[in-house]
Design a protein around this ligand. Structure first.
Ligand code: SIN
Length: 281
């Protein structure tokens, strides 16, 4: 197998050619894929045709899998590690989360150990007049950190944010049990990547509800200013989905946002797996 990695040319993302995920991977085959994710924050493998088991097997190369709280309601039978993101309705019932991730965020920042890697596999993609809708934007929070003036870096380098599961309005109902599982947690707002050592901003509107040691108006102003800085167009790669895409991203390096510009009868169906991460430092 000869693997070719081609950067998107945007601030994040690389396409990987020469991998057929139905065939499985050994550690030598996986190494360039991990290296591409470390370098570009997002990897795209086109034209895959995989089963839930094959997606789970590929995801496990990145680490131990999480079972998302949404999978209880929107799971794939027999594969609890997969959670369905979809606008498809069957017998009057939603089959997946319709508006997952519509604001800029990084997965599970509300958890003590936020997600390391998230992977989506495109089973159905909404198309209108030949144009794919429902894209996903990725913002490179490490590039955003690098671009901050030194004085700002010095001011925020050691700050901690308060991340709260209840901060963001969620598109599907959340039980009191789910909320109780995730009490507010403090994370550094400038994270050091556990594999590469690269620093990146780790802060988002709504999920981050305060800054330790700052009064509320000061904290909210800083959160908003940094959140807006991260998603400046020059730090963003906009992914346009095709059926068969497998896209994985590193939640320490990038933030993401799903574009909600489609509706039934345009159908969107993605399978998501999530890899557990470390305590941020
Ligand atoms: C997510 O934030 O998990 C979903 C992203 C998407 O649906 O594009």
């Amino acid at each position: 197998m000869s693997i070719d990695v081609r950067p998107t040319g945007a601030a994040a993302g690389a396409e990987i050619f020469g991998v057929d995920l139905t065939k499985g991977l050994d550690s030598a085959g996986f190494a360039p894929i991990q290296a591409a994710l470390d370098a570009y924050g997002v990897i795209v493998l086109r034209d895959q045709k995989i089963t839930p088991e094959q997606q789970i097997a590929f995801s496990r190369h990145f680490g131990e899998l999480d079972v998302n709280f949404n999978a209880k309601r929107f799971g794939v039978s027999g594969s609890p590690e997969i959670y369905i993101i979809s606008n498809i309705v069957e017998n009057g019932q939603p089959t997946g989360t319709r508006r997952a991730g519509e604001t800029w965020h990084t997965d599970m920042s509300y958890a003590k150990r936020p997600a390391r890697v998230t992977m989506l596999y495109a089973v159905e993609v909404p198309v209108l007049h030949g144009l794919a809708l429902g894209g996903t934007g990725f913002a490179n929070a490490a590039a955003a950190w690098d671009a901050l003036p030194q004085s700002m870096q010095d001011e925020i380098r050691d700050l901690k944010g308060v991340f709260d599961f209840r901060g963001r309005k969620r598109s599907s109902p959340v039980s009191a049990e789910d909320i109780a599982q995730y009490p507010p947690v403090e994370h550094p707002i400038v994270r050091t990547h556990p594999r590469t050592g690269r620093k990146g901003l780790y802060i988002a509107r709504d999920d981050c509800t305060g800054i330790v040691g700052k009064d509320e108006p000061t904290a909210l102003a800083l959160i908003e200013a940094l959140a807006d800085h991260i998603v400046r167009p020059d730090f963003v790669y906009q992914h346009r989905w095709r059926v068969g895409d497998v896209v994985a991203w590193d939640n320490c390096t990038v933030q993401h946002r799903a574009v909600q510009d489609y509706d039934l009868p345009q159908r969107r169906l993605l399978w998501r797996t999530t890899v557990k991460g470390d305590v941020p430092h």
